[in-house]
Every structure is written in structure tokens, then in C-alpha cells.
Design a protein around this ligand. Structure first.
Ligand SMILES: Nc1ncnc2c1ncn2[C@@H]1O[C@H](COP(=O)(O)OP(=O)(O)O)[C@@H](O)[C@H]1O
Ligand SMILES: [Mg+2]
Length: 359
């Protein structure tokens, strides 16, 4: 949780300092005032990268040399991030330089809900795997081990394929790849079952129109159901050689929740799709709390797009009941104050500065 946030020279924000509330933080302002930039700053701090650009130089304010984001996290541990056009990215956690970005991610379990999150269903499986693996990364320590090992072995197998090595040499990697792959599948399956339970509960509150619906998990492991990964790799090695890479495996997994046995994209309105995605992220936050006793951060960019007043209020009400610190942007100044006044704050942003706040 962030208790203090200070930024400088980030996009149109020259200098800004806020004291976020532990619950809901509403960030209100006109188009182009700097709301999304504020979320971008928090995202940078939690993950070491932006969600808008790969090139951090674009995030540095025009004409400036370096941006800085500084915050206090749980137990008042200071985190600081600096990106300089000449010297690049530097991160300090508790005043010591940080070598691995994943250490930062562990400190701040953070999920982004972008304005276009209803596109979740249209985007490729990679995006859905990322969402699922985010949760596993935070609650299941062995997942990270299996996934990192799996990726390394996959790279080695793929490079053996590209170098036109003998089939025997390619197959040397099969057993290890499979054993990590099968573990990843088990962990993902377990996490999805938990996620589905929390999701159903949250989604029916957010979207009463579907409160009677039944949701079911559809999970594809990344290889045919009736075989093990090891058998599949053995049977498909000639195909892989032709393709130039390993096609089957945990890196090709996909999942969805069906509503009354139908793919949500075939029946849901955009607003309902957005609520669906919101409920997923909220469910992950809840699981993270239950399993790791970690509160997480949700960045919700543009709550008002696709959602009417009534549903926005439902989202705020559900969020205020969760162990989540949220940062929510909107251009709608009438967006009502969330329920628990003591745990929430409102910040009005104008031309990259806070013009007014109450918390
Ligand atoms: N590197 C930069 N330096 C200064 N201003 C920038 C930079 N990059 C983008 N901007 C401007 O910052 C403003 C704030 O953008 P944004 O945070 O997306 O606004 P909002 O989300 O409030 O609509 C925009 O006017 C944008 O053009
Ligand atoms: Mg914006």
C-alpha cells in the first residue's frame, strides 16, 4: 500500500505529492489533465515499466533530463525510481539499489485495469495467461520456479531446433520441459478454480443482470487432452522442426470463463465485458489477500467509459469492501464519494497538478 507518493518531471506533471488513502482514491480531471500519467507513475514504481510505451524516454517530461517517482510502501519502506535520459533506470528499495525488477513486484502486488479492458476477450491468449500468472506469482512461490525453469528449457529446445540439431538432441529437453509444464498446469488449474469461485460472487454483485447465470471454467493446457506433454513433444518433433519452434506446451495455454456455456464475448455488452474484467482482477486481489495476507493495488483507468452511473457505484461499493488500495480516474466530477469516507480520498487534477483534494 502506498502512503505517500511524490513525482517529478513525468509527462505533464512537473511536481506533485499526494498522500493516498488506504482504500479508494478517486482522481478526477479534464481530458489531458494528467490522470493516466499519475497511474503510469504508480505502475512504473510497481513494475519498472510503463503501460503506455516501451521507451521510458517518452515518459520524461519534454525538455527535462530525468523523471522520479518516490513512495512509501507498507511498513513505511521507501521505494524510489528514477529514469535519466543518459544513465537509464535506477530503482532503490529501502535505500539500497535493486537488481531485479521482480523484487519490486513482490513489494507492490499491482494490477492495471486499462480503459479498454473490455477487449480482454478479443486479445490473444498471452494476455489471459499473464493475468492468471500474475496471481500465481504472488500466491504460489513454486510457480515462479517452474515457470522460469520452463522458459529457459524452452529457449534451449527452440535454439536446438533452429540450429537444425539432430532429433535426438532436440528430444534431450523433452523430459525436463514436460515435468515443469505439468506442474505449471496443475498450479494454473488450481488457481483458476479458486478464481472462478471468487469471480462468480463478485460478478453477480457488479452485474445483477447475470446473477443467476452459471459460470464454468474452460482451460486449455497447451497440448491435446488425451496425451501427456512428454508424449506430445515426442509425437510432434517433426512438425516443430518444420515450424522452427516448439508449438505445444504451457506457453500455449489459454483459459476462459463461460457464461451459461457460452463465450461471454458472444453475448455480453461492452459494459458487461468491462465488469467481467473488473471482477477477475478483484477476485485475484481477494485470493492474494486470503493466501498471502497481502493487500494489492488496483489502477482503474477511466471507470466511466462503458459504465453508467449505477454500475460505477456498484464497482466503488464492491471495491470499498475489498482489501485493496485503488486509484481510479474519471472525467466525471459528479462521481459520488465512495462509501467508507475515512478510507478514501478525492484528488482533482488540473494541468498536471493537484488543484484540490479531500481525504
Ligand atoms: N513527455 C511528456 N511531457 C509533457 N507532456 C506530455 C508528455 N507526454 C504526454 N504529455 C501530455 O500530458 C498530458 C496528460 O496526459 P494524460 O495523463 O494521458 O491525461 P488524462 O489521462 O488526464 O486525460 C497530455 O496533454 C499529454 O499530451
Ligand atoms: Mg487518461
Amino acid at each position: 500500500m502506498l502512503s505517500q507518493l511524490t513525482l517529478s518531471s513525468l509527462r505533464n506533471i512537473s511536481a506533485l505529492s499526494i498522500q493516498p488513502a488506504p482504500g479508494i482514491n478517486l482522481i478526477l480531471g479534464e481530458n489531458g489533465s494528467g490522470k493516466t500519467s499519475l497511474l503510469e507513475a504508480i505502475h512504473l514504481l510497481g513494475l519498472g515499466r510503463s503501460f503506455r510505451t516501451r521507451a521510458l524516454k517518452n515518459v520524461v517530461q519534454f525538455g527535462q533530463q530525468q523523471l522520479q517517482v518516490i513512495a512509501k510502501t507498507k511498513a513505511d519502506i521507501p521505494v524510489g525510481l528514477q529514469f535519466d535520459l543518459n544513465t537509464g533506470l535506477q530503482i532503490r528499495l529501502n535505500s539500497a539499489p535493486l537488481k531485479r525488477l521482480s523484487e519490486l513486484a513482490i513489494q507492490l502486488p499491482l494490477q492495471l485495469i486499462p480503459a479498454n479492458c473490455h477487449q480482454f476477450f478479443e486479445q490473444g491468449p498471452r494476455y489471459r495467461r499473464q493475468l492468471l500468472d500474475w496471481g500465481l506469482f504472488h500466491v504460489e512461490p513454486s510457480f515462479n520456479f517452474h515457470w522460469q525453469s520452463y522458459k529457459k528449457i524452452l529457449q534451449q529446445r527452440n535454439s536446438a531446433i533452429r540450429q537444425h540439431k539432430k532429433t535426438q538432441e532436440i528430444e534431450l529437453w523433452n523430459a525436463h520441459l514436460s515435468s515443469h509444464g505439468e506442474q505449471i498446469t496443475l498450479l494454473r488449474q488450481k488457481q483458476l478454480e479458486k478464481l472462478l469461485m471468487e469471480f462468480e460472487f463478485l460478478f453477480s454483485s457488479l452485474c445483477p443482470a447475470y446473477s443467476e447465470a452459471t459460470f464454468s471454467l474452460k482451460y486449455r493446457t497447451g497440448w491435446p487432452k488425451d496425451r501427456s506433454l512428454e508424449e506430445t513433444l515426442k509425437l510432434t518433433v517433426e512438425r516443430d522442426k518444420q515450424l522452427g519452434y516448439t508449438r505445444s506446451g504451457s506457453h500455449a495455454a489459454d483459459w476462459s470463463f463461460q457464461v451459461n456455456d457460452v463465450n461471454p464475448i458472444d453475448i455480453f455488452s461492452r459494459g458487461q465485458q468491462k465488469l467481467f474484467f473488473l471482477a477477475l482482477c478483484m477476485a485475484q486481489a481477494k485470493i492474494t489477500k486470503v493466501m498471502k495476507n497481502e493487500n494489492s493495488i488496483l489502477l482503474l483507468d477511466d471507470i466511466s467509459s462503458e459504465l453508467d452511473q449505477h454500475h460505477q457505484q456498484r464497482v466503488l461499493a464492491e471495491l470499498s469492501a475489498l482489501p485493496v488500495q485503488s486509484f481510479i480516474t474519471s472525467t466525471d466530477h459528479k462521481l459520488m464519494r465512495p462509501i467508507s469516507e475515512d478510507k478514501s480520498a478525492v484528488f482533482h487534477v488540473k494541468h498536471g497538478a493537484i488543484s484540490d483534494s479531500d481525504g
